[in-house]
Ligand binder design. Structure first.
Ligand code: GUN
Length: 300
């Protein structure tokens, strides 16, 4: 079997087109431009790339982008004061504080200081609780993108066995909640899981979100399973020349794609969907803040 490649780039382009249509309508009918504020503390190179990309795409779909770049030694009180200012700014409908934060800043405190209605990442404890209890919330962008691709590939997920490898607050835990919401039987596996290969072999849906290069080989994958690879790992690529590197996922793509029914590539799978879902969540937050009907094609 050769797996169907789930084209996250094309999927994300479709989501962004829908976002742009909604943004144009909101501007025309209500004179409101959705606005996303992104806060970056320090100069982590990967975070800088993500933040630049988010800003560019926000503008491309017609929304306002507000970027706040703070020094690495920013005091917690100053960061909290900026968040308070953004919470109270009616032009800002969505706030994202790029993670990880420098060690001297309390990540939980910072995230929980964001107005939950503007918490476009869905990381605030209120949104985590709402999602866990099946209530309307802001849904974290990466799991939201994964669910959209799964539904696009499989239609109904009801009754399927799903394994989520990784228990992070950003991906693993909210992904498990979304799959439960879609009536999957969900196992959350992690570094202490006994006999991980066996657990993965039972799954119709595999979500790999551990951050370890190519740790899931093809012989762990059930024939015909749908594999969503959230990992983005940079490894040496001597075959490309001295000092060269390449990006790989948490799944060994070559062996897994010989067994799976469908699989996301790295790059070009989950990555583009995360930013597209961030834009979608910004529109959702803007509509809720202004009492407008929420688009039903931008969320799950
Ligand atoms: N760092 C890595 N992924 C994310 C994300 O989804 N949101 C934020 N705020 N920071 C991140």
């Amino acid at each position: 079997m050769t797996a169907k490649i789930i084209d996250g780039k094309a999927f994300a382009a479709t989501v962004r087109e829908k976002v742009a249509v909604h943004v144009a309508r909101i501007k025309k009918d209500h004179g409101i431009t959705p606005g996303l504020a992104v806060v970056l503390v320090g100069e982590d190179p990967a975070s800088q790339v993500y933040v630049r990309s988010k800003g560019k795409m926000t503008v491309e779909v017609g929304m306002n982008s507000y970027e706040h770049k703070l020094e690495i030694d920013t005091k917690e009180a100053d960061l909290l004061a900026l968040i308070d200012q953004l919470n109270n700014d009616p032009a800002v409908h969505a706030i994202l504080v790029q993670l990880p934060l420098p060690d001297h800043l309390n990540e939980d405190l910072v995230i929980n200081s964001i107005d939950p209605a503007k918490d476009v990442d869905g990381f605030h404890i209120s949104n985590v609780g709402l999602l866990a209890t099946g209530q309307k919330s802001m849904v974290p962008c990466t799991p939201l993108g994964c669910l959209m691709m799964l539904r696009g590939q499989l239609g109904s997920l009801s009754g399927l066995d799903a394994v989520v490898i990784g228990r992070s607050n950003i991906v693993g835990k909210p992904m498990a909640q979304l799959l439960i919401g879609d009536s999957c039987t969900v196992t959350v596996a992690h570094s202490r899981t006994k006999d991980l290969p066996d657990v993965v072999r039972r799954a119709d849906i595999v979500i790999a979100a551990v951050g370890r290069a190519e740790m899931v080989p093809g012989d762990w994958i059930k024939k015909g399973a749908t594999v969503i690879d959230v990992g983005i790992n940079r490894i040496d690529a001597p075959e490309k020349g001295e000092g060269k590197t390449r990006l790989v996922g948490d799944v060994d793509f070559t062996s897994a794609s010989a067994v799976a029914g469908a699989i996301t590539p790295v790059p070009g799978g989950v990555g583009p969907m995360t930013i597209a879902c961030l834009l979608a969540n910004t529109v959702t937050a803007c509509c809720r803040a202004n009492g407008l009907a929420e688009p039903d094609d931008l969320t799950v």
